[in-house]
Design a protein around this ligand. Sequence first.
Ligand SMILES: [Zn+2]
Length: 127
Amino acid sequence: MTNTIFGTAVNCMDGRVQIPICNWLRSQYGVDYVDMITEPGPVRFLAEDEDPWVSASIRRRLEISVNRHKSELVAIAGHHDCAGNPVPEETQLKQIVAAIKTVKGWNFKVRAIGLWVNENWEVQEVD
Ligand SMILES: [Zn+2]
């Protein structure tokens, strides 16, 4: 475990996005493993905080990833054709930006980035 590098993803539960997000983070950020925190359309919850219990649950899991696995990177991901967050891409991209703000407000020592998985299941970084 000594030199194992963990990253973290707040990702949809959708089975189509697990491998793309994991592979992308491994290749682009050099992490060995990705702790996967999944909910149906998590960016919606983090952008709007419509269900504080869900946000608190995500936060609790991120805390374990950061404190125990020493993750220094958290990716917040949305994707095409999301059943849990069936809104247009433009809306999801705005939610991702708002979600990053929410996660940064938790003040973990972690870099937060946004990712979008497009209709070809390719991963793109969100500015
Ligand atoms: Zn989804």
